[in-house]
Ligand binder design. Structure first.
Ligand code: HEM
Length: 479
């Protein structure tokens, strides 16, 4: 009955593709679909189904029929089909808390325009301007970590990406530590309430759907779906909007027939903070984890820094007292020359992509491979699974995968997505990540994982170690 119900709904009277089969898979149990398996099996959910059904398969969660897609060919079709075949969808909480005026919730020409405006924050000139305070905040965080016996990497990296974002993306300079801490608290209240899984049980209001989800995922509900959370998120949103109102310096733009309202500018600023916060901290934490597990990679990065004059091989005590300007000078051009560090960053995002995949909704019935994706269905393109398919040895950390061989990685390597919605903050993320890794290595001759066992990874809101990744730092004497 449940299968028939879904199949009937998959029929699109306006389409001439109804003769094609829908992708193989299962709608699971009535109403709940395969939600329980999805939540409990983690990464195995996708890999077991891919093995059974192939790289495009049907599933269903909280009554939503969906198709999961992996591999460069299908992923490319979904990503480049934005605005035509598919459109973005975000959970209710994202729309309510981040607002509807930002980039992620816009479509069509307005989306394009907002991206163009936001890109102005990520030009080479702007990134070069951010470097001094990216370095300043990295140094501050590393020093802070050194004060602790077993500092937790993830929370520290979150704080780092927040502090840099406040300067770079909000344009605020907060020197009072108490004020900065308070803002951090407010921001966390906002972002920790943003995520939930999309759901749409016909005939049920939001609160009833909450109950439905609550039955299956107490943890998710506690984290992101309770009314209290939404309320707190909205409260934090208002506080941040009020703060930004007093600081708006960007003039309204009147280009391409569009105009940005004050609210749109403020929401875009908060959205950029949000988009760069968990993701960059995830990348940095994973890089720290891999560098601890691979001393030979650490040594190669260290050597590259020495070769480029960013780190001194051996510092005498006299050197230590006279700060070496050459050693400290880093700009975007200098960062680009650190090609091995770049390989390490790329490889980190290959085996541990912060964002595992993203959601779309089919705007019309369309064909993918030999199958039909019906209008209105949810489509998820899988980032982690695509990497698993397109590269050998998914779990083996090997920066040589990105040695300059000229191999084409477009749509095979997609940590930042692709097509019209490709991440606009990727150069910013790359810059802050490299600078923070450099600072970690400048100040520490190494670090070890404090726990013997590899940490359990959690994928919401982005991939991160459940235990926060405690490490034991080995500070250099003379830095
Ligand atoms: C390592 C860090 C990062 C990763 C892995 C990452 C990943 C991604 C991915 C996969 C997407 C595409 C989502 C989709 O297809 O719907 C995306 C979009 C986006 N990212 Fe990032 N991101 C990172 C850092 C940043 C930073 C630092 C910013 C801004 C400061 C940012 C801003 C955005 C925005 C605004 C979008 C939406 C683009 C649109 O809808 O047109 N991201 N990111």
């Amino acid at each position: 009955w449940w299968h028939q119900y879904n199949m009937r709904k998959a029929f699109d009277p306006d389409s001439n593709l109804n003769h094609l089969p829908i992708p193989p898979g299962s709608f699971g149990l009535p109403f709940i679909g395969e939600t329980i398996a999805w939540i409990t099996q983690g990464a195995n959910f996708n890999s077991s189904r891919r093995k059974k059904y192939g790289n495009v398969f049907t599933t269903s969660a909280i009554s939503l029929p969906m198709v999961k897609v992996s591999g460069h060919e299908y992923v490319k079709q979904v990503l480049t089909g934005e605005h035509d075949l598919v459109t973005t969808i975000w959970p209710y909480t994202v729309r309510a808390i981040l607002g509807m005026n930002g980039i992620v919730n816009s479509t069509g020409a307005i989306h394009k325009f907002k991206r163009k405006v936001a890109f102005k924050a990520f030009t080479r000139a702007m990134l070069n301007q951010y470097i001094p305070f990216m370095r300043h905040h990295s140094a501050k965080i590393v020093q802070q970590m050194q004060k602790s016996e077993r500092p937790l990497v993830y929370p520290n990296m979150l704080r780092l990406t927040f502090d840099v974002g406040v300067n770079a993306l909000l344009g605020l300079e907060i020197t009072d530590q108490a004020k900065s801490d308070k803002l951090f608290q407010t921001f966390n209240q906002l972002v920790s309430n943003v995520f939930c899984i999309p759901h749409n049980i016909p005939g049920l209001g939001f609160n009833k759907r909450l109950l439905a989800v609550a039955i299956f995922s107490k943890n998710l509900v506690q984290k992101s779906l309770s009314f209290e959370s939404i309320f707190q998120g909205m409260k934090a949103r208002q506080q941040l909007l009020d703060l930004l109102q007093t600081h708006i310096e960007i003039k309204k733009k009147a280009e391409d027939d569009f105009e940005l309202s004050d609210l749109a500018i403020k929401e875009m600023a908060i959205e950029l903070m949000f988009a760069g916060y968990y993701t960059s901290a995830s990348a940095l934490t994973s890089a720290t984890l891999e560098l601890a597990r691979h001393p030979e990679v650490f040594a190669k990065v260290e050597k590259e820094l020495i070769d480029h004059g960013i780190l001194r091989e051996e510092r005498s005590s006299a050197d230590a007292e006279t700060p070496d300007e050459e050693e400290r000078k880093i700009d975007l051009q200098a960062l680009h020359k650190l090609t091995y560090l770049d390989q390490v960053f790329k490889e980190t995002l290959r085996i541990r992509p912060p964002v595992l995949g993203a959601y779309r909704r089919a705007r019309k019935t369309f064909q993918i491979g030999d199958y039909r994706i019906p209008k209105g269905w949810t489509v998820i393109y899988n980032i982690r699974d695509t990497h698993e398919m397109e590269f050998k040895h998914m779990s083996e950390f090997n920066p040589e995968n990105f040695a300059p061989t000229g191999n084409e990685t477009k749509y095979r390597y997609i940590p930042f997505g692709g097509g019209p919605r490709m991440c606009i903050g990727q150069d910013y993320a790359r810059t802050i990540s490299k600078l923070a890794i450099i600072e970690m290595i400048r100040c520490n001759s190494g670090w070890k994982l404090a726990n013997e066992k590899l940490p359990k990874m959690v994928s919401i809101p982005t991939l991160h170690p459940k235990d926060g990744l405690p490490v034991i730092l080995e500070p250099r004497d003379k830095v």
